[in-house]
Design a protein around this ligand. Sequence first.
Ligand code: PLP
Length: 371
Amino acid sequence: MTRLALDSGATNLAQGFPDFPAPEVLKRAASDAIAADINQYSITWGAKPFRDAIAAKYRATYGMDIDPEREITVCCGATEGMIASLLAVMDPGDEIVLFEPFYENYNPDAQLCGATARYVTLHAPDWRFDPDELRRAFTARTKAIILNTPNNPTGKVFTRAELEYIAELCREFDTLAITDEIYEHITYDGAVHIPIMSLPGMRERSVLVNSMSKTYSVTGWRVGWVLAPPDLTDSIRKVHDFLTVGAAAPLQQAGVVALRLGSDYYSQLAAGYVTRRDHIVESLQRAGLRPFSPRGAYYVIADISASHFSKDVDFVRNLVRNIGVAAVPGSSFYSQSGKGSQYVRFCFCKKYETLDRARQQLEKLSSDTRM
Ligand SMILES: Cc1ncc(COP(=O)(O)O)c(C=O)c1O
């Protein structure tokens, strides 16, 4: 969709990257690190000052004690963190539980490991799961469940009660919780992010994947990390070493500055996104669609059933070519063709002028839409 948006000059609300500048203090820290000649390989599992900063941040934010020497692997974004973790822990034939709609990478990640995915549906409008359906997805062969909270594409923030239920299943079936917490600081309406790793009995069976991409608006830096117990970290570090050797050394140094930013930074980040969320939700409503307002992350799913395009792919093709806005067809977040085709995902990590332009363009849709 990003390529189509570039070809047709459309407003890109498809891919999740900010079109506004990264924080000045981080750009300066990165160029200072290059000038100070931090330009060679760092230790493969991450520069010590960066691992120390990660451990300090988890202590300050969640009261979690993470050993930077034995429990942290720095990698090239959450993308590498997830596949390195899965390759380290999954064997061919193992089963993995995924909530759907899911972030597109998890399915191919599972396939690369030879794992069999079992899907559990998140139901609109609030994207709840059926506890019995989740229980039925767990079997004696379930090695892991992937949990992305706050969630892309739905914006769901899993509640403590939901996490406790998932944790109970993980303990009962001796299963790992592999979490993608890349939107941890982007929550709205009082929703609180809780790492499942911080729940009782979950420390030894959780692998937490995170990254600088979304929290610090630097998706192009490709710096992320994995927290895991020492035995799992040993394996994850080996896979990581052979996949990529290491993340960019000067950007890890700038990461030290990022992870030491005060709580104001994070509250301003969420405050900036909540007004953008309200802006796009209103635009989509005015255009005759039915958006499900998210409680976290920076995407909104809209139900397009009222439009005269019954299929998401036809809808987004028309949207990009004739209306001038790029978005992602909902079916790309589901395992079976046909599922999710009443949904389209819009991303709102954009400048207000971009969101204003999208609003004007989307207005053309309301004359197109049959309510
Ligand atoms: C849920 C989720 N995980 C991971 C990523 C990619 O993370 P990174 O840029 O750190 O590789 C994204 C990007 O959109 C995402 O939405």
